[in-house]
Design a protein around this ligand. Structure first.
Ligand code: CTP
Ligand code: MG
Length: 403
């Protein structure tokens, strides 16, 4: 890899039918801590600074499901086996893009951390094929007609995804060996390809295969993200006569005699939630990230500010559990718009409706809100962060193992 930042893309394979999992809904669309399994890896790759684009290979029958959970991500059609899904995905990426490197990841591994992605991208600086693995710790025995025999576990690794390769190399290998039946992509390099570097995988990056793995994955992520943070946010904007502006509250345009004054769209509700989220990671406030003097934010859609706060949390492998906002005003009436507001906030933060609360109150004619001079909003956000960003094996182990 030269010094110029390489174009690294990701192909997430999600075209399987999850037969061993055995549920009505394919496993990659099953909820994991409230979010579909597939979304965990889509989101973690999408917000990673080293990754330029994310593609997902889906089963054509799942197109509607996929569009509902990840509308912004290009869906490619997979094939009848994992290997065929990878090849079809790579061919389609080659038609659309020219990445230098590709990471190939199983949607069924939602528990990877952004540190693992960083480690893999760093290892590509000195290697053309990089895979994560964990040394086998259990005693290994082979059962056959001759009885049970203990095998040496020396130098044995349990291999995970994402697996990273030079794009052109792995595409050529997949094309050349489409007739072989292989369980991972690095196996192609063993037939005829670059030497493979194993780096430290993560215990939490196991594959959800059977139904009971889902509960284990939930426990694993919940335990990793056991640092529960609460943040509050408060915002006020002045009400002014109509000036051609719209009155925006929680991302919804409300018909009213007055509008809110401000540099951006003055969405008091989204501003309060943004500050509450920033507070959970102790990262200042909205004005610090988006200066009110900056012309770029003139009349800006405040959804952008809220999304930015969510991205900062995602960059720390954090999870937004819940947001609650109270709008304080005499008018307009918030109640009729409450559900539209919840849906909009949920859409911006990729949260289900049961994790977004919107309330409203008057102040009984008292104070500036009572005199209808302005509207206030206060918000509370609950976020789960990892206690440490390096939960398992680290650099020393990587060096010790070599390949
Ligand atoms: N996969 C794929 N295309 C296939 C088969 C599998 O993209 N034709 C993907 C799966 O969606 C999964 C990954 O490859 O993300 C690993 O496969 P596996 O865990 O075996 O998932 P399934 O094939 O869905 O499950 P099963 O084998 O139990 O049916
Ligand atoms: Mg399978």
């Amino acid at each position: 890899m030269d010094n110029k930042k390489p174009n690294i893309a990701v192909l997430i394979v999600a075209a399987g039918s999850g037969e061993r999992f055995g549920a009505g809904i394919p496993k990659q669309y099953q909820p994991l801590l409230g979010r579909p399994i597939l979304n965990w890896s889509v989101d973690i790759f999408s917000q990673h600074a080293d990754i330029k684009s994310v593609y997902v290979a889906i089963h054509p029958d799942h197109a509607e499901r996929f569009a509902a959970v990840a509308p912004a991500i290009p869906a490619l059609h997979g094939g009848g086996t994992r290997q065929q899904s990878v090849l079809k995905g790579l061919e389609e990426i080659a038609r659309r893009d020219k990445p230098d490197y590709i990471l190939i990841h199983d949607a069924a591994r939602p528990g990877l951390s952004s540190d693992l992605i960083t480690d893999i991208c760093n290892a590509l600086k000195n290697n053309d094929a990089v895979i994560p693995g964990l040394p086998v710790v259990d005693t290994i025995k082979r059962a056959s007609a001759d009885g049970v025999k203990t095998e040496s576990r020396d130098n044995l690794y349990a291999i995970q995804t994402p697996q990273a390769f030079k794009f052109d190399t792995i595409l050529a290998l997949h094309r050349m060996h489409a007739d072989k039946s292989l369980t991972d992509d690095a196996a192609l390099c063993e037939i005829a390809g670059p030497s493979v570097k194993i780096i430290a995988g993560e215990k939490g990056n196991f594959k959800v295969t059977h139904a009971e793995d889902l509960a284990l994955m939930e426990q694993s992520i919940a335990a990793r993200c056991g640092d529960i943070r609460t943040g509050t946010g408060y915002d006020v904007h002045r009400l002014i006569e109509q000036t051609g502006r719209k009155l925006m509250i929680c991302g919804i345009e409300l018909p009213h005699s007055h509008v809110l004054e401000g540099h951006s769209d003055a969405d008091v509700g989204l501003h309060a939630i943004t500050d509450a989220l920033l507070a959970t990671i102790c990262d200042g406030d909205i004005g610090m990230h988006f200066k009110p003097t900056d012309a770029r934010w003139k009349n800006a859609d405040s959804a952008k500010f809220l999304r930015h706060a969510a991205d900062l949390i995602a960059a720390q492998d954090g999870i937004i559990s819940h947001v609650d906002v109270t709008i304080i005003c005499e008018a307009p009436k918030i109640g009729p718009h409450r559900d539209a507001m919840r849906a909009k906030i949920g859409e911006i933060l990729a949260l289900p409706l049961n994790r977004v609360s919107v309330k409203a109150t008057t102040t009984e004619g008292l104070g500036f809100t009572g005199r209808r001079e302005g509207i206030a909003a206060e918000a509370v956000a609950t976020v789960r962060l990892p206690f440490t960003s390096r939960p398992v094996l680290r650099d020393d182990d990587i060096r010790k193992w070599g390949t």
